[in-house]
Design a protein around this ligand. Structure first.
Ligand SMILES: O=c1ccn([C@@H]2O[C@H](COP(=O)(O)O)[C@@H](O)[C@H]2O)c(=O)[nH]1
Length: 309
């Protein structure tokens, strides 16, 4: 899967991923009306609204981008019905040949991690059938419970050619509270980055590892250090757009080959039509506004990489 991600990034020339983090507030009224007319103002109606919203965004952007990153929390909000919208979104993205990064941030004791890994990335035996659960291509995981919580994910990735993005330095304002604490004179996130590179060395693609890292766009200096510490690690970079990250902040997250990072934007793309810059599209054409926001993001990052050369 890491080879597919790299080759799709090269083909689209777009090291970006569209975050599918829908809330009902983002879904324009005409879509909500349609969904509620069919299913009522119920969890089913809400889930239908999220799905219709996602579908239009995927249709408007899939030929510009290599990947999508649905955030599972947004679907869990609506219970089982929301999870069905999550699965429908994954299947639709797959039908458009997009790489799917499930932002699930799992990690637990070994036996529980194994269950998560099988459910999201692997296959489960049911009688004589071997079936896939969610079947994302990559999943985000939280490594802060240690190696025995991560190893089951790596095992399933090796069996299925799937990949991981492991939280190393997160984009949120209080990420430093624990992650920046010094241990043996170095911040905890550096120790975790080193461990990610070590895990990754056991499962390599052609040029990058199947075990990637999450490093927030909001900490560019730390991103620069981590890039050097994990040269073969693909970095998923959240924090662009709505959290303040810009192309110019991100040049050191990439390697000399122009690869090595993929930048996520969720609200900045899916809710673009609500922003002054894209208001001219109107709520009816929200997906066109998202397409334009993708084009602008690609050109921001491309421009920053070119001027850094
Ligand atoms: O450090 C992290 C890890 C994950 N995220 C996730 O990325 C998106 C960001 O959404 P925006 O709307 O582009 O801010 C969201 O799903 C987060 O859960 C992160 O932001 N930071």
């Amino acid at each position: 899967m890491i080879n597919k991600l790299v080759s799709k990034i090269q083909k689209t020339n777009a090291p970006i991923v569209v975050g599918l983090d829908p809330t009902l507030d983002f879904v324009p009224e005409h879509i909500q009306k349609k969904a509620f007319a069919e299913f009522g103002e119920t969890l089913e109606g809400a889930a239908e609204a999220l799905w219709l919203f996602n579908k239009e965004i995927i249709d408007a952007t899939y030929n510009l981008i290599p990947a999508v990153k649905p955030q599972i929390a947004m679907y869990e909000t609506f219970g089982v019905e929301g999870m069905q919208a999550y699965k429908r979104t994954l299947d639709y993205a797959r039908s458009k040949d997009l790489v799917i990064i499930g932002d699930i941030k799992r990690g637990d004791i070994g036996s529980t991690s194994e269950a998560y890994a099988i459910g999201h990335l692997g296959k489960v035996k049911v009688g004589s059938n071997v079936l896939s659960g969610f079947n994302e291509d990559f999943a985000t995981i939280n490594p802060y419970m240690g190696s025995d919580s991560v190893n089951p994910f790596i095992k399933v990735c090796k069996e299925e050619n799937k990949g991981l993005f492991v939280l190393v330095k997160t984009s949120n304002p209080s990420s430093g509270e624990f992650q920046d604490r010094l241990i043996d004179g170095r911040p905890l996130y550096e120790h975790v980055g080193e461990k990610v590179a070590e895990w990754g060395a056991t499962h390599m693609g052609d040029s990058y590892s199947y075990v990637g890292a999450v490093v927030g766009a909001t900490y560019p200096e730390m991103g620069k250090t981590l890039r050097k510490l994990m040269p073969k690690t693909f970095i998923l970079v959240p924090g662009y757009g709505a959290q303040g990250g810009k192309g110019a902040d991100l040049v050191h997250y990439f390697n000399e080959d122009g690869l090595g990072a993929i930048v996520n934007s969720s609200r900045g793309i899916i809710a673009a039509y609500k922003m002054e810059q894209y208001a001219k599209f109107g709520a009816e054409n929200f997906a066109e506004a998202s397409r334009q926001a993708v084009i602008d993001m690609i050109s921001d990052i491309d421009g920053a990489l070119k001027s850094a050369k």
